[in-house]
Design a protein around this ligand. Structure first.
Ligand code: GDP
Length: 426
């Protein structure tokens, strides 16, 4: 198996975790490389269902190694909850879960600041999950962050926290009129959390590169999606990390030569959580039906997801900025419900045809999606396991998407479970 990056090629929630879990069968090591506990990643195997936030989706395969890479911002209490949950369901984690000692830590003041900022922004709010991810990345770039390894060095941890809590308290009190936090209390809590995660903390850059050298097969697991990338997304309505495939290198400590395939996970339609422009959003009955049939409610927050038809312009951009080699199309079964299906093939902007997703949000806000209508198939696909057994119109729909994007399809997902998957040549 080539080493693969798996990224979301839309606005997140594409079903990346299911695809990573499916592909882990052929892999040895799975690495999460960015983001934090701001999104849920759902894996269903047999009767068991897990919603991961930080632990890579590959953990459900006994014996396979998993790494939370340096590009992640880690909430230690959250990862410990996940560890307990995975253990309680009978999975052994000893010697197969590693946390980068140089990953950043999400601290209580990050969560407080996240929530205060969103509240103060009013109508301009980004729609964050309030879990402190943005402020934690801010501290990283500002060089005022605490890293996982720092939690294990008590004397310097106390000194750093004393300084950082004091400066964050200034902002919390003076800018937002909030309540100050206690450096002593945070120190006591995080020293203890540090002790508990210590068995998992390691130089993961060395672990990953040693696996590479031994010819082990790697999967780099992305979170969120391409149009939420801090550079390539609909800025400022984006997440605070780079979500594109290139971030796999930075967020895990390997060079670009380590990667041979980039798999873009896309739903057979489009969804978005949070605020910001969404050209193919359907505000009426179609949007409602997509939400209902596709169970489009956030796994972490329960928020309703905004829904619309497949937007080939947006995914074309994702194909470009990620260098996609394959598509994994998920939730094809959701399209079973429709008599007719629309695909956005291009946009119109000020009377001109646009084939590329604009990089300025002001243009994205003004584009008009132009659709092509395709016939539906109105028959269940959840049991289909081979391309040739898909309804003819479903094959036509998939072929049209691959043609519009000029990227071949590697995987088709027809249900949340591991076995509800068709793998094509990859
Ligand atoms: P991720 O963050 O990209 O991993 O995606 P989420 O876990 O937030 O959302 C995907 C949801 O869709 C989860 O509830 C999955 O169990 C579910 N899912 C994944 N693939 C399929 C599919 O092919 N069909 C259906 N019906 N559900 C799917």
């Amino acid at each position: 198996m080539p080493n693969r990056v798996v990224v979301g090629a839309q606005w997140g929630d594409e079903g990346k975790a299911k695809i990573v879990d499916f592909l882990t069968e052929e892999a040895d090591l799975v690495i999460r490389f960015q983001g934090g506990a701001n999104a849920g990643h759902t894996v269903e195997v047999g009767d068991q269902k897990f919603i991961f936030h930080l632990i890579p989706a590959g953990i459900m395969h006994p014996g396979k190694q998993c790494v939370i890479g340096n590009g992640v911002v880690l909430d230690p209490a959250q990862v410990l909850n996940e560890i307990d949950e995975v253990r309680s369901k009978g999975f052994d984690l000893d010697g197969r879960l590693w946390i980068a000692e140089n990953a950043q830590v999400v601290l209580p003041y990050h969560k407080v600041l996240d929530q205060l900022k969103e509240k103060a922004a009013g109508k301009a709010a980004i729609g964050t999950t309030g879990r402190g991810i943005g402020p934690a990345y801010y501290d990283k770039v500002n060089r005022t962050g605490i890293r996982v390894g720092d939690l294990l060095e008590e004397a310097s941890l106390r000194e750093k926290l004393t300084r950082h809590v004091a400066s964050h308290n200034e902002t919390i009190q003076k800018m937002y009129g909030g309540e100050p936090l206690s450096a002593d209390a945070i120190f006591a809590e995080y020293r203890e959390l540090g002790r508990r995660i210590a068995p998992y903390v390691a130089d993961t850059v060395a672990i990953i590169n040693s696996a590479l050298k031994q010819g082990k097969r790697l999967i780099f697991e992305g979170a969120q999606g391409t149009v939420l990338d801090v550079d390539h997304g609909t800025y400022p309505f984006v997440t605070s990390s780079n979500t594109v495939a290139a971030a796999a290198c930075v967020g895990s400590g390997v060079g670009p030569t380590a990667i041979q395939q980039v798999i873009g996970v896309v739903k057979a339609y489009t969804t978005r959580v949070g605020n910001g422009p969404f050209p193919t959003e359907e505000l009426g009955a179609i949007g409602k039906e997509l939400r209902l049939v596709g169970h489009e409610y956030g796994a972490t927050t329960g928020r309703e997801r905004r829904c619309g038809w497949f937007d080939a312009v947006l995914v074309r951009r994702a194909a470009m900025v990620n260098g996609l080699t394959h598509l994994a199309i998920t939730k094809m079964d959701v399209m079973d419900a429709f008599d007719e299906i629309q695909v956005c093939t291009h946009y119109e902007l000020d009377g001109r045809r646009l084939d590329q997703f604009p990089s300025q949000i002001s243009a994205v806000e003004r584009v008009k999606p132009i659709y092509e209508t395709m016939p539906g198939w109105k028959s269940p696909t959840v049991e289909v396991r081979e391309w040739k057994d898909l309804p003819e119109n479903a094959r036509k729909y998939l072929t049209r998407i691959a043609d519009l994007l000029e990227v071949p399809i590697g995987i088709i997902s027809l249900g949340p479970k591991r076995h509800q998957t068709i793998q094509l040549e990859m």
